[in-house]
Design a protein around this ligand. Structure first.
Ligand SMILES: NC(=O)C1=CN([C@@H]2O[C@H](COP(=O)(O)OP(=O)(O)OC[C@H]3O[C@@H](n4cnc5c(N)ncnc54)[C@H](O)[C@@H]3O)[C@@H](O)[C@H]2O)C=CC1
Ligand SMILES: O=C(O)[C@@H]1CCC=N1
Length: 265
């Protein structure tokens, strides 16, 4: 096989992954090939990532040691039908779509090595987190190699396949909820008179710093929340209103809907 890593579909997620592979996994641009149906996507990938691109999915499927299926889930069926007869022996297929189980994939791909993953867009800035599971044809060494590739754009953790729909909700989709939260906080700061650009910076840095506190102190989020809430202070007033408005319930309901959708895709 001529390329270490291949991609079918070179949009947002594939570009984020390729950025990590080049920067942190010791994979050179010349060792990566991507196919995309859109000429604009191919041109963008060639210009911004300096990788080899093609309109032919089978040119990629026949030549990559590790093959990412990075099209939207609704295209999986047709893309798999197109490439399945061409797959070389020993190749590892990596999927990044929600809802496509190892059983579903195995029925269509046959007896091939499959690693099922769920990444997220913070991969673009090297701060992704990816849930990963495999079928029984992938050896432990091969799995470790794929985990190393996925660690080039953030954290990558093996999880049981039964948790993959929960991963979609808690990290695959959750950047969107966090962006809504940041946007809402910034809008409120603008309402209080802060210039908009500054408001995004303050809101985003507060989210970044809070996330770091959870990860680095090991303290329970409730304890960290209590540390901010001075008696008769400002924060507890905001917390009271958030509780009144059902903030936590809304987040949990939203995530239940997300998980349910992931199961049904
Ligand atoms: N965007 C996100 O936050 C995340 C996306 N994912 C998954 O990653 C996968 C890709 O999503 P995005 O990168 O966001 O989508 P995207 O739309 O940015 O990229 C998909 C690319 O596939 C190309 N494409 C469509 N049909 C094709 C075909 N038959 N052959 C070759 N190329 C074809 C499109 O032209 C497009 O450039 C999806 O399965 C999505 O569910 C997973 C985690 C997070
Ligand atoms: O919205 C979606 O379906 C994809 C999967 C996880 C994030 N984006």
């Amino acid at each position: 096989m001529k390329y270490k890593v291949g991609f079918i579909g070179c949009g947002n997620m594939a570009s984020a992954i390729i950025g990590g592979l080049k920067a942190h996994a010791g994979i050179d641009a010349s060792e990566i090939i991507a196919a995309d149906a859109s000429e604009a996507a191919r041109e963008k990938a060639k210009e911004t990532l300096s990788i080899c691109t093609t309109a032919s999915n089978t040119e990629v499927s026949t030549q990559a040691d590790v093959l990412f299926l990075s099209v939207k889930p609704q295209y999986y069926e047709t893309v798999i039908a197109e490439i399945q007869p061409t797959l070389p022996a020993g190749q590892i297929i990596v999927t990044i779509a929600p809802g496509k189980t190892l059983a579903w994939l195995g029925e269509r791909l046959g007896d091939v090595k499959i690693v099922r993953t769920m990444p997220n867009t913070p991969a673009l800035v090297g701060e992704g987190i990816t849930g990963v599971c495999k079928n029984n044809l992938v050896t432990e060494d091969e799995f470790a190699y794929v985990l190393k590739l996925l660690s080039s754009f953030g954290l990558a953790e093996a999880i049981p396949e039964s948790l993959m729909d929960a991963v979609v909700s808690v990290s695959g989709s959750s950047p969107a909820y966090v962006f809504l939260f940041i946007e809402a906080m910034a809008d409120a700061a603008v309402a209080d008179g802060m210039p908009r650009a500054q408001a995004y910076k303050f809101a985003a840095q507060a989210v970044l710093g809070s996330a770091k506190m959870v990860l680095e102190t090991g303290k329970h989020p409730a304890e960290l929340k209590d540390m901010v809430c001075s008696p008769a202070g400002t924060t507890i007033e905001a917390v009271r209103v958030l509780e009144e408005k059902g903030f936590r319930g809304a987040v949990m309901d939203a995530m239940k809907a997300c998980t349910a959708k992931a199961k049904g895709i």
